[in-house]
Ligand binder design. Structure first.
Ligand code: CA
Length: 238
């Protein structure tokens, strides 16, 4: 039997939750409704969903707080999170993405758009990723164990940043446009804004610490990972 994707809807407005549920069911998905973050946590503890639709404005804590929590939890860190938000200001979108959301959708949205985005994040769960190891300068990535070290010290890196680094390291010294990166790393970029790439590059650089400078911005074009940086600058203790 085909696996029906389980979609956890974290939304306090029952009319919206009901509308989404009906549409998900009609499209071969299994909706689970939680009206606040605490109930959502109980659902997650019981059965891990395939994707989480997370409302920004929740009665207990902001959806952003929950997104950050689930992104940092080993059990939920690779579950895609799609934030539902009535806010459309750029800062709010960036805050949501920084908290670990994979995408956001602004209310009011059409059910077709929502379904398309859910399918996109589900597809993105299984992108083609090299699983061999690669070393460039002081940077080492192990594709099988998902470990990254800088100067032999392991670093903490999020799942999207890992995928991005994996691609950049396997295609180093070349410049990749944002659109190419969306295509190769995210897998389906129809509904993702190019700004998303910048957010993840910023997070990747922060995760890499001193090796962050190996990820270069090529003005007007895109990004490149290079081993041709001043290695002395990296290896010299400050
Ligand atoms: Ca709400």
């Amino acid at each position: 039997m085909r696996h029906l994707p389980k979609v956890l809807i974290v939304e306090d407005e029952s009319s919206i939750a009901e509308l989404i549920s009906v549409n998900l069911r009609h499209n071969g998905m299994t909706p689970i409704w939680a009206e606040d973050g605490e109930s959502a946590q109980r659902e997650i503890d019981a059965v891990l969903p395939d994707v989480i639709l997370l409302d920004w404005m929740l009665p207990d804590q902001s959806g952003v707080i929950w997104a950050r929590k689930w992104r940092n939890d080993a059990r939920t860190k690779s579950v895609p999170i799609l934030m539902l938000t009535a806010k459309s200001a750029e800062n709010d979108k960036v805050t949501g993405l920084d908290a670990g959301a994979d995408d956001y959708i602004t209310k009011p949205f059409s059910t077709q758009e929502l379904l398309a985005r859910i399918r996109a994040v589900l597809r993105r769960r299984t992108p083609e990723q090299a699983t061999d190891s690669v070393t460039i300068g002081c940077l080492h990535l192990d594709g099988a164990t998902h470990r990254v070290t800088v100067l032999d010290a392991p670093i903490k890196i999020g799942p999207t940043e890992f995928k991005l680094l994996n691609f950049l390291m396997h295609h180093s010294e070349r410049v990749h446009t944002r659109s190419q990166l969306l295509d190769k790393v995210w897998g389906d970029h129809v509904f993702i804004e190019e700004r998303t790439v910048d957010v993840h590059v910023k997070r990747l650089r922060e995760a890499l610490g001193v090796a962050g400078m190996m990820v270069e911005t090529v003005r007007g074009t895109g990004y490149r990972l290079t081993g041709q940086v001043q290695l002395e600058a990296i290896t010299q203790p400050r």
